[in-house]
Write a protein that binds this ligand. Structure first.
Ligand SMILES: Cc1ncc(COP(=O)(O)O)c(C=O)c1O
Length: 459
């Protein structure tokens, strides 16, 4: 053990257990109407909640939302929260931004017609704006990021005639069958808990560790990988940032082996107006995105290069119009497009990103200050408007390393402590996201609560 490591604070697990007990009781006392609402749903909702992952909120039941605006959320008990969860990125534009409200009222209320099987003039504007931001020249729309990924994968297989895709260990790209695979010492394994996989993912997928170029090269050398599907920084197993030069090297090796490169910018959009793709000058073949682009209204998109677009349109064996497996009845609907136009045009603008990133830097510096002054063996990573702390002293460089740093007990304590004091963090992570309405005072309010939690833990 190095000298500096011996100086780090140690966490007394017995004491932590006591703190968690206290925070659970406080939670139950703070959110009684949410408990009643939860009980009322128990009879007919699978798992007692409208979406089963809502069971993952600390406290044994979720708080129930009454209202939300900008960076604020109010629950049914009347408690107000500074919302750093922001719908796990779905609300990166802030809750119900005025410009999106107006666009939705115009489209749904005044003009009328949410879904008609007909295009609206908003689509061309949105596609051109996505091109300005991400560089891909042809775009198509989906309702979710998952679908954007699924359809991008199908196109990649069709275009290359290759059967497999490659993902990084502990990635998350939505409920994409091919992606639930991890790298282990004994080789690739289905990710534990994968529900009813159609086939063993090893039949469809190769897996490498993020930041491990040699492993990627070895896997691609099999010559059967249609596409690498990646987040330019992992954001779903803490934040794992790319090593210097790594993403350029990924581009070079994928090109060398004839494999397409798909950047999933759903979360890494936080890096700037054109996500990591623009911020780092990346040159993928396809870009996928979802969640925040519709200001909270279901919307997603995938974009591809001119050359790939021409090839797929000219492929008479590829039915991209009817029952070929690429498309959905409500995809590209008028309401989603109106929401995307307002979100990109008026809310998540270039100027807004500059402010969001500044607030995220203040948030990160605040947390870092607490980690340093209390000598906590944790670290924090920032990706533009997003930051996440994780319970290991050094920044992990692979998904596997980051997964190994998981600490469910500390997770529960920090989530309960913050929610009990008006700070909403993402339930699956210690992730905080800034929207255009998040202020420096909000970041400082988090720092104060974070410091208090740390002091109780190791003080
Ligand atoms: C990087 C990434 N891609 C895709 C998705 C899937 O998004 P959705 O569940 O909205 O389809 C997620 C969800 O967390 C994600 O983090």
């Amino acid at each position: 053990m190095t000298e500096s490591a011996t100086e780090l604070a140690t966490i007394d697990r017995g004491h932590l257990g006591e703190l968690i007990k206290r925070e659970r009781s406080l939670y139950r006392a703070n959110f009684p109407r949410s408990w009643d609402a939860y009980e009322a749903g128990a009879g007919h909702l699978l798992g007692g909640v409208p979406m089963t992952w809502m069971r993952m909120w600390a406290g044994g039941y979720p708080i129930f939302q009454a209202a939300a605006s900008g960076a604020r959320l109010i629950d049914v008990d009347g408690n107000e929260f500074i919302d750093f969860c922001l719908g796990d990125t779905g609300a990166m534009a802030g809750h119900s931004p005025v410009a999106v409200q107006a666009a939705l009222t115009r489209r749904y209320g005044e003009a009328g017609g949410a879904t008609t099987m007909l295009p609206t003039e908003d689509a061309a504007w949105v596609a051109a704006e996505l091109t300005r931001r991400f560089g891909m020249t042809r775009w198509s729309f989906t309702l979710t990021a998952t679908d954007a990924n699924r359809w991008a994968i199908r196109l990649a297989r069709q275009l290359t005639g290759r059967p497999k895709i490659l993902v990084f260990s502990y990635c998350y790209h939505g409920s994409v069958d091919e992606s639930f695979i991890v790298a282990t010492r004994e080789g690739p394994r289905p990710r534990p808990g994968d529900v009813g996989p159609p086939v063993d993912p090893r039949e469809t997928t190769r897996v490498a560790e993020f930041n491990d170029l040699e492993m990627l090269q070895q896997e691609l050398a099999h010559g059967d990988v249609a596409a690498v599907l990646m987040e330019p920084a992992l954001t779903n197993i803490g934040i794992v940032l790319p090593a210097r030069g790594y993403l350029e090297a990924v581009r070079a090796v994928t090109a060398e082996y004839g494999t397409l490169l798909i950047n999933d910018e759903t979360h890494t959009f936080s890096a700037g107006p054109g996500g990591c793709t623009a911020a780092l000058g990346l040159q993928p073949d396809l870009v996928t995105i979802g969640k925040s682009v519709g200001g909270g209204i279901p919307a997603g998109a995938y974009g591809l290069t001119e050359e790939l677009a021409e090839r797929i349109l000219g492929d008479h064996d590829a039915d991209i119009e009817d029952t070929g497996g690429v498309g959905g009845t409500l995809a590209g609907n008028a309401l989603s497009l109106a929401a995307m136009r307002a979100t990109l045009g008026e809310v998540l603008t270039d100027e807004a990103f500059a402010g969001m990133i500044e607030v995220a830097s203040r948030y990160t510096a605040g947390v870092q200050g607490v980690l340093d002054s209390r000598r906590l063996p944790w670290h924090i990573a920032q990706l533009g408007a997003r930051a996440e702390y994780r319970f290991c002293p050094q920044m992990p460089v692979t998904g596997g390393q980051s997964a190994a740093a998981a600490d469910p007990q500390l997770d529960e304590y920090m989530h309960l402590y913050t929610i009990n004091r008006g700070i909403l963090m993402t339930p699956f992570h210690n992730m905080a996201l800034m929207c255009p309405a998040t202020t420096e005072a909000d970041a400082d309010a988090h720092t104060a609560v974070f410091a208090a939690a740390a002091d109780e833990l190791v003080g």
